[in-house]
Design a protein around this ligand. Structure first.
Ligand code: C5P
Length: 227
């Protein structure tokens, strides 16, 4: 049986990948399945928390994995919808885990009707920057809320760690779980491995194995930091 070390706590987890519409049928998106976030949500529920899972286009396996009476699923599509849902759901929460892959940019405009080929040169897509949800919440809510981020990076182990350290310092989260992606790792893969850094970029732990193992390891590091 799971330890009940999140009993009475309220937890918000984002999972999946945001989608930014180009027109009614097309979007800019990413390969996140939502399975790591779903495993984190489920593990929190098993440990006694009430959980809101903010689901940005998660796949069927993730949806099944998150099924638990204490997990409420809220569907979102775009980064701005996710930002609003985070604000609402964290109003009385103890922990926010941002496991979703959030689009850093969105198309400057969304066409009302399907974009057509018209024989002329293809159009360039103009992008504008999205708000950084994690950094915004981390800098605003430090006192009450434990904020946990993920950083998916490509490169060898040293490069991934260095990128993670810089990001940990920049984002201001309590914890940042850094993982290498690409070449069959991370997004959509079955197993995962993360190095967990604190806000100063120091390594505070590792978690590896199935996405459930990573979820357990992550909560073991979060629980001692609860306010
Ligand atoms: O900067 P990068 O996208 O790699 O940071 C990853 C972390 O920041 C993840 O936890 C992700 O959910 C979060 N993020 C966010 N808002 C963004 C971009 C990323 O909350 N616009």
């Amino acid at each position: 049986l799971a330890p009940q070390d999140l009993a009475g706590r309220t937890v918000v987890v984002s999972a999946g990948g945001t989608r930014e519409p180009l027109d009614p049928v097309r979007f800019l998106g990413n390969r996140s399945s939502g399975r790591q976030g779903a495993a984190i949500a489920r593990e929190a529920a098993c440990r006694g928390a009430r959980v809101t899972l903010l689901a940005a286009s998660i796949d069927e396996a993730a949806r099944r994995a998150a099924q638990h009476p204490a997990v409420d699923v809220v569907e979102v599509e775009t980064t701005r919808e996710l930002a609003d849902a985070v604000d609402t759901a964290t109003a009385d929460a103890d922990v926010l885990v941002m496991a979703a892959a959030v689009a850093d940019f969105r198309p400057a405009t969304t066409a009302e009707r399907k974009i057509k080929k018209d024989g002329s040169a293809p159009q360039a897509v103009e992008l504008v920057e999205n708000p950084d949800i994690l950094a915004t919440v981390a800098h605003r809510e430090r006192e009450r809320l434990v904020v946990v981020g993920f950083a998916a990076e490509t490169g060898d182990a040293d490069e991934v760690l260095e990128l993670g350290r810089a990001k940990a310092r920049r984002k201001g989260a309590d914890l940042l779980a850094v993982n290498a992606v690409g070449q069959g790792r991370g997004f959509g893969a079955v197993a995962n491995a993360v190095t967990v850094l604190d806000g100063a970029g120091e390594v505070v732990g590792e978690a590896a194995g199935s996405k459930d193992d990573v979820a357990r390891g992550l909560w073991d590091l979060v629980v001692p930091r609860l306010r």
